[in-house]
Design a protein around this ligand. Structure first.
Ligand code: CA
Ligand code: CA
Length: 443
C-alpha cells in the first residue's frame, strides 16, 4: 500500500573491517564445511536486522516536506528535492521527498555516496569502511536500509506477503555484509584458492523472482522493445558502464503479447508463467532471457548480482560453505535432482519447481532462500573460463559482445547435487529461454 515507505533499521551492519585482503593459508581450518554451526557475531547481527526489517513492512512514512502540492509526475509537478541525496516523489498524490537509496553516487564527481538517510558522505566522512585500500571492498558498513521494490507495490499472490514460511514479503531482501573470500573454493572438493575477491556490502533479494512479481513487470508494459530500460539502468554501483545499453533493446520481445507467448518456452509444459493469475504466482518465473532478467531488476529498483556477489552470498562469504547452509545436502534443504515434489530422483515434473522459500532449512548464512536449486539464476557477468582477477566488486563484461554466454549459478530442480553447490558455475546464451533458469535481484 504505502509503496514509498522506507524502513530504516536501527543498527549499522558491523563486523566489517577487511583492511587487508587476508586469506588464511590453511583452508581446512575455520573455512570450508563448518557452515551449520559456525555463526559469528556479525551473522547474528545481520540476521536480526533483516528479520526486523521484514516484520515491519508498514514502517515509517516517507513524507518529509515538499508542501501539499498535488502531483502525478514528481519531475513535472514538484519542486526539486533539497539535497543531492533526496528525491522528489508523489506520495498519495502529494509532493514529498524521500532519501535516495544507500550507495547512490553523489558529490561533485560522483565519488561520494548517499548513506540512505539523505546525506551525501565520503567513506572517510562517516561510513565505517576502509575504502580505497588495496584489496578492500569499496564500501562497508552501509546503513541497512530496505526499500520495498515496485514489483510488490500492488500486493497480491506472489507479489505481496505470501512467500516462504510465515507469509513473508515476496520482495524481502537481506543485507550481505562486505568481506573477502575465495571464489569457487569450498575446502572439498574445490580446493583451488586462486580466485580471491573483495565484495562491498549489498542487498540481495531473499527469493528468486516470482511469477507474481514478474506479472507486475509485464502488466506495466515493461521488458519489451516498446518500453525498454533506460540507458544505464540496472548498473552495478561500483562498476562503471555496467548498466543497460541501447544495443540490447532489440533482444527484447517486440511487445507484451509476444513476451507472454515467449514465456511459455520450449513447448514442454514446464513453464511457470500463466497469462492470468493462478496457482503459480509464488513459483519462480522461468523461461526468461538474461535481457529480461536484467530489465526486470532495473525496473524493480535493483540490478542483477555479479557472479562474485552471488557466489559470496551462497558460500556464506569467508565461511566458504559447500552449500548455502553447510556441507551436506538432502531433500529438506533444496529442490534438486527432480525430487522437489517428493518423487524418486529423475522423475521431473513442473511440481519439482517449488514456491520460493519452500525449503527454509536450506537458507544461506544471511537468510537467502533457494540459492541452491529450484532455478538456476542469471548473474550480471559474461562467462569466462577463469573468473576475472583481481576482483574488487568485479563484473566480467565484454562490451560489443551482446550475445555471448552469461553466467548462471546455483543449479536447478533438475540438477544433480554437485551442480547446486555454492561454488559451481555454468553459462547460457543470454537469449536462451529454458525451464530451469530464473533470476533474483540485488540492490
Ligand atoms: Ca519429481
Ligand atoms: Ca536458485
Amino acid at each position: 500500500m504505502r509503496t514509498l515507505a522506507l524502513i530504516v533499521a536501527t543498527s549499522l551492519v558491523s563486523g566489517c573491517s577487511p583492511k587487508v585482503r587476508d586469506f588464511p593459508g590453511d583452508h581446512d581450518v575455520g573455512s570450508g564445511g563448518s557452515g551449520a554451526g559456525g555463526s559469528s557475531g556479525a551473522t547474528t547481527s545481520s540476521s536480526d536486522t533483516a528479520s526486523s526489517s521484514d516484520a515491519t513492512s508498514s514502517g515509517a512514512s516517507s513524507s518529509s516536506g515538499g508542501g501539499t502540492d498535488s502531483c502525478v509526475d514528481p519531475a513535472e509537478d514538484c519542486p526539486p528535492a533539497q539535497g543531492a541525496c533526496m528525491e522528489a516523489v508523489c506520495s498519495e498524490g502529494e509532493c514529498a521527498e524521500r532519501p535516495r537509496p544507500a550507495r547512490t553516487p553523489c558529490g561533485a564527481d560522483g565519488s561520494a555516496q548517499c548513506d540512505g538517510t539523505g546525506d551525501c558522505v565520503t567513506c572517510a566522512g562517516g561510513m565505517a569502511c576502509e575504502c580505497g585500500e588495496p584489496g578492500c571492498p569499496n564500501t562497508c558498513g552501509s546503513m541497512d536500509v530496505m526499500v520495498m521494490p515496485p514489483s510488490c507495490a500492488g500486493g497480491g499472490p506472489g507479489a505481496g506477503d505470501s512467500c516462504g514460511p510465515g507469509d513473508a514479503s515476496c520482495c524481502g531482501n537481506r543485507m550481505v555484509p562486505c568481506g573477502t573470500f575465495l571464489r569457487g573454493y569450498d575446502g572439498t572438493p574445490s580446493t583451488d584458492d586462486s580466485f580471491p575477491a573483495a565484495i562491498s556490502d549489498f542487498r540481495l533479494d531473499k527469493y528468486e523472482i516470482t511469477v507474481g512479481r514478474f506479472r507486475a513487470f509485464v502488466d506495466a508494459g515493461q521488458g519489451v522493445q516498446e518500453s525498454p530500460p533506460a540507458i544505464g539502468a540496472g548498473r552495478h554501483p561500483h562498476v562503471n558502464g555496467s548498466g543497460w545499453v541501447a544495443g540490447w533493446n532489440t533482444r527484447l520481445a517486440p511487445n507484451t503479447a509476444a513476451l507472454k507467448a515467449a514465456l511459455q518456452c520450449n513447448g514442454d509444459r514446464l513453464w511457470t508463467w500463466t497469462d492470468a493469475p493462478g496457482a503459480n504466482e509464488e513459483l519462480p518465473i522461468n523461461c526468461i532471457t538474461w535481457f529480461e532478467a536484467f530489465a526486470f531488476c532495473a525496473w524493480d529498483g535493483g540490478r542483477l548480482p555479479s557472479e562474485a556477489e552471488w557466489n559470496y552470498a551462497a558460500a556464506g562469504g569467508d565461511e566458504h560453505r559447500p552449500y548455502p547452509w553447510g556441507s551436506e545436502i538432502d531433500g529438506d534443504r533444496a529442490s534438486y535432482s527432480c525430487t522437489g515434489d517428493g518423487s524418486a530422483a529423475g522423475a521431473c515434473a513442473l511440481s519439482d519447481i517449488l514456491p520460493v522459500g519452500s525449503k527454509p532449512r536450506g537458507d544461506g548464512r544471511w537468510g537467502h532462500s533457494d540459492l541452491a536449486g529450484n532455478l538456476w539464476e542469471w548473474t550480471m557477468d559474461w562467462w569466462r573460463d577463469a573468473p576475472p582477477t583481481p576482483c574488487i566488486d568485479c563484473v566480467h563484461r565484454v562490451d560489443g559482445d551482446r550475445d555471448a554466454t552469461r553466467v548462471t549459478r546455483g543449479g536447478s530442480y533438475r540438477a544433480p547435487a554437485a551442480d547446486v553447490r555454492a561454488g559451481n558455475r555454468d553459462f547460457s546464451y543470454p537469449i536462451d529461454r529454458v525451464n530451469n533458469i530464473g533470476a533474483r535481484c540485488a540492490r
